[in-house]
Each structure stands twice: as C-alpha cells, then as structure tokens.
Design a protein around this ligand. Structure first.
Ligand SMILES: C[S@@+](CC[C@H](N)C(=O)[O-])C[C@H]1O[C@@H](n2cnc3c(N)ncnc32)[C@H](O)[C@@H]1O
Length: 231
C-alpha cells in the first residue's frame, strides 16, 4: 500500500489515490462526519455555474465533486492524474468527459474555461504555484477560480480540539473504513503543513488572480478561496 510523504512525489500521490479509490467516497463521508456534503453545496454556490458554461473540476478524483456543476447544466470536465480514481468515476458517471491530466501541465488550451475549481486537491499537488498558474492559463479572461481546501480553524480552543481529532482520532477511524488507512495519516500531516488562509490568498495573487478573497466553513476546517482573471 502506498502512502505519500510530505514532499508529495507525484507518482506516490497518484498511487496512494489509486489505492483508496474504491472506498474513497464512503471514507470521506465517515471521516468528515457528513460535513463533506455541506462543503460541496457551498462550493457549488461559490462557482455559480450556469447552463452551457465550461467548468474545469481539477483533481476531481471519482468526480463526486463535479456533479453539482453538471446538475446546474454546465459542461464540466473532471480531470485528475490518478487513473484508479478516474476509473471509479467513469463507472459511476459514464456520461462525464473524464480526463487524465496533471495539474502542473494541464492538457487544455489557454482561455478555455468560464470557471475552474479544485476541491481537496491543491494540497496534494507537489508544486502549488505551478498548479495555480496552470489554472489561470486555462481560464477565460473574466473567468473565476474557486479553491476548496482544508485549512486552519480560526478560534484557538477549537483549533486544539480539531488538531487532536486529526492526529489521534482520525487514523483509527480510517483503519476501520479505508482500504489504505496509512493514506489518512498523510491526510492529517498534509493538512497541518498546509498554508493558512492569508498565505494561500497570497499564492493566488502571485499566480495572477485578482479580487482574491476567502470564506471559512466549519470554523475554518475548510476554506473557500476565490479569484478572477482580469478581462
Ligand atoms: C482528496 S482527492 C479529491 C477528489 C475530489 N475533488 C473530491 O472533492 O472528492 C485529491 C485528488 O487530487 C488528485 N491529484 C493530486 N495531485 C494531482 C496532480 N498533480 N494532478 C492531478 N490530480 C492530482 C489525486 O489523484 C486525487 O484524486
């Protein structure tokens, strides 16, 4: 069983997701205590996909994160580099144009999408800045980005309880539901090491995004960052 380390070697990350693919959606529901469904609704609202708009859902995994955009009538392209995750996605949602691709070298032309989004994916990409620049490149002028990622709770007492949950409670729970429990040790470690809300906003600005802002969900367990590509 593969477990990525914090240097996020792409082949290790892809293999780790291949290993968890079959039970990925179930494990998510259990470990997030059902919160993931609420977070996805908030992402859908933030992206605000309209009929016939082109939306890129990067690091889409099993394409669960792509469904709200398809339901809104948009043409959504789920893209990921774990073939295991994509195969599960294709079995579940055969009508979606599931695409293999690496976030740091996207297989799309410049200025293609009205909106680009990535849920719980950016933290796993080895070169965050390259992924943010690629997302920018493939977005149409005037288009938008929404990033949904684990972040850092803002209220110190809650942050302490949450960190305890991540480091102590989550791995044993993962052992009972996941096909690769070690992957969830990586999950906890990578969340702890991830930039906080202002630091990620700064990265977005450096990649060219304007009007960057964020909103915390569940007290900052998750943050939604958004930005625009200037006309
Ligand atoms: C936690 S899953 C998120 C899946 C989905 N977006 C969701 O919300 O359920 C993270 C995904 O990021 C993908 N990923 C990580 N690094 C990537 C990269 N460089 N290029 C494309 N996908 C990547 C993994 O393969 C994995 O499927």
């Amino acid at each position: 069983m593969t477990r990525a380390s914090l240097n996020k070697q792409p082949h290790e990350v892809a293999e780790m997701f291949d290993d968890v693919a079959e039970r990925y959606d179930l494990t998510n529901d259990v470990l997030s205590l059902g919160q993931d469904r609420r977070w996805r609704k908030e992402v859908a609202k933030a992206v605000d996909a309209r009929p016939a708009q082109k939306v890129l859902d990067l690091a889409a995994g099993t394409a669960t994160s792509s469904l709200p955009f398809a339901r809104a009538g948009a043409y959504v392209v789920p893209c990921d580099f774990s073939l295991g995750m994509l195969q599960v996605g294709k079995k579940k949602h055969p009508w979606l144009p599931i695409t293999a691709g690496d976030a740091t070298r996207l297989p799309f032309r410049d200025d293609t999408f009205d909106a680009v989004t990535i849920s719980f994916g950016l933290r796993n990409v080895q070169d965050t800045d390259a992924a943010l620049s690629e997302l920018y490149r493939v977005t149409k002028p005037g288009g938008r980005v929404v990033i949904c990622e684990f972040s850092h709770p803002t209220w110190a007492p809650f942050r302490t309880v949450y960190t305890e949950y991540l480091m102590r409670a989550l791995p044993p729970v993962a052992r009972s539901v996941s096909s690769n429990p070690d992957a969830y040790v990586y999950l906890a470690e990578s969340i702890r090491a991830w930039p906080d809300q202002p630091a990620l906003a700064e990265k977005l600005q450096k990649a060219g995004w304007s009007k960057v802002a964020w909103r915390n969900l569940t007290g900052g367990v998750v943050a939604l960052h958004r930005g625009f590509k200037q006309l």
